[in-house]
Design a protein. Sequence first.
Length: 199
Amino acid sequence: MEHTITENLPLFPLGIIVLPGETRFLHIFEKRYKNLFEDLEKHDNRFGIPYISAGKLTGTGSYVKLEKVLAKYSNGEADIAVKGLDVFKINNYNDEHPERAYPYGDIELLNKSNIRATNSLFEAFEKYNTHVLKLDLDKFSGVGFYVIANSIGLSDLEKYDLLTRGSEQALNKTLVNHLNLRTLLALQQNSIQDYYCLN
């Protein structure tokens, strides 16, 4: 599948990964990122969050859209909600815009927003749901790969590791492994509670 190149996109480097379909909340307080959000309408409210790990840019990030401004403060700070749209790799990164203070760059969208969930993943999720979430899945429509990924509490590092897996098959296998581990830990915890009673 041909990847989409987006040039001169505003960038907001952070130590977070926002998966497609996921909503995250940010507090904007630095001057340069106040500048960025003043300019977002020019970019259809879309920007990139390059992922920082151990203080360094990884070259991978989340393509997101500003969903809602939750609060604005008298000093110009703001609380916002953003929604993940896709994943990108950075082709060119500039730490400062010639006319504005925020970083910007050229990105390549990786078309990972429509990963298909395999039967093995659905089976692992159903088992996890039985022992942990305990939701009536019949009441939910459209349970897919990212609905599952966004419901099991992955850390940002785990999300980064997941998204850097190359193929759709590898992405599914990695998520199945996360589900199996979390199900096993839940079963062990339940077993311990059955045998021990704290006074």
